[in-house]
Design a protein around this ligand. Structure first.
Ligand SMILES: *Cc1c(COP(=O)(O)O)cnc(C)c1O
Length: 354
């Protein structure tokens, strides 16, 4: 399919690229493609970024049949544009699509469309250290209908947002609240997909955690509320007595690409790493025995987020004296180094646009 390109005639003023907030500004263009039952995906196009016109009855507004992705483009020092493992994002988008009864996409076509979009808006990629162009692909159900069934029509869009460092003050350890009342999802539901509904059900717990002085929530399993699952928009890792452990993918945890990359790096380095079920009691016991050595979250937005404090019920666990741990730092340095091109890409993770 050929992608038509309509360039904007009124380019937007760019924001100051220093200290850009996350996800607040959007580039000049967006990618759009439509779907109709019997016709498939059609009319792929790059057009000026702007509002959509949708009927109030569009199904996405009522039953949240929607999925999204998140990835980043970096500009290296020599001016090349680099995407980090973009095929994984569109492969995962198809996993989400299958669960939400949304039609699948052609992964190669999507990466190609993304490259064309990012190339056109390459001046929107910030060059400040650690800053990037955050890319948000998403699909919405657009049938004008209030009955409950899969939509017969969809829109797929990709929008781009120049974003600064997630933690402008540096990699300071965050405080995390172990949520013991609300749950995010359960096995059999949509926890393993990137869909807005998972976030809708998580917002209230996040608000409460903020009020209590914690930056994010650590979710426990939705059935027994015993086993560690993940943080708001990050997967979670612990280093216990020399071994790195992370919850296994059990159907309710999002399969993070940063998580996957972290595991692959640790294996390459010969650091013991296991994916298994981990109870919050086990974490607390390790803490009390002085064996909880490091804790960090992984996700595209922050890449790696060291955890300095975990609060579970009345227990406050201070990890590694509130300092970033050695493995945490090494994973962060390596992934960001590969993304930005300051370290060799031995794993072949980067796709260059130009
Ligand atoms: C996107 C996301 C992650 C992190 O996935 P990455 O591919 O590493 O960005 C983790 N948990 C949830 C709930 C997410 O939505």
């Amino acid at each position: 399919m050929n992608i038509s390109i309509t360039k904007t005639t009124t380019p937007k003023a760019k924001p100051t690229m220093d200290n850009l907030p996350f996800g607040k500004y959007f580039s000049d263009h967006m990618f759009v493609m439509d779907y109709a039952e019997g016709k498939g995906w059609y009319d792929p196009r790059i057009v000026p970024y702007g509002p959509l016109e949708l009927e109030p009855s569009a199904m996405v507004f009522h039953y949240a049949q929607e999925i999204f992705e998140g990835l980043k483009a970096y500009k290296s020092k020599d001016g090349h544009v680099r995407l980090f493992r973009p095929y994984k994002n569109f492969e995962r988008m198809n996993v989400s699509a299958e669960r939400l009864a949304i039609p699948a996409l052609d992964v190669d076509f999507c990466v190609d469309a993304l490259k064309q979009l990012v190339e056109l808006d390459r001046d929107w990629i910030p060059e400040q250290e650690g800053a990037s162009l955050y890319i948000r692909p998403f699909i919405i159900a657009t049938d004008e209908y209030l009955g409950v069934r899969p939509s017969d029509t969809y829109k797929f869009l990709i929008i781009c947002s120049p974003s600064g460092l997630y933690y402008p003050e540096g990699l300071d350890p965050v405080k995390i609240y172990v949520e013991d009342k609300y749950v995010r999802t359960v096995r059999g539901a949509t926890g393993f997909t990137k869909t807005g509904g998972n976030y809708a059900s998580s917002i209230k717990a996040q608000v409460i955690a903020h009020e209590r002085g914690y930056s994010q929530v650590l979710w426990l399993d939705g059935v027994e509320q015993k086993y560690v699952e993940e943080v708001g928009s990050m997967n979670i890792f612990f280093k216990i007595d020399g071994e790195v452990v992370t919850p296994m993918l059990n159907g309710s945890i999002l399969s993070g690409i940063t998580r996957m990359s972290t595991i692959e790096l640790l294996k390459k380095w010969g650091v013991p790493v296991s994916e298994r079920r981990i109870s919050i009691q086990e974490i607390f016991d390790a803490y009390q025995a002085g064996k909880l050595e490091e804790c960090f979250g992984t996700g595209t937005a922050a890449i790696i987020s060291p955890v300095g404090e975990l609060r579970w019920e009345d227990h406050v666990m201070t990890i590694n004296d509130n300092q970033i741990g050695e493995i945490t730092q090494r994973v962060f340095d390596t992934i960001t180094g590969i993304q930005t091109g300051t370290m060799p890409d031995e794993m072949n993770w980067v796709v260059t646009v130009d």
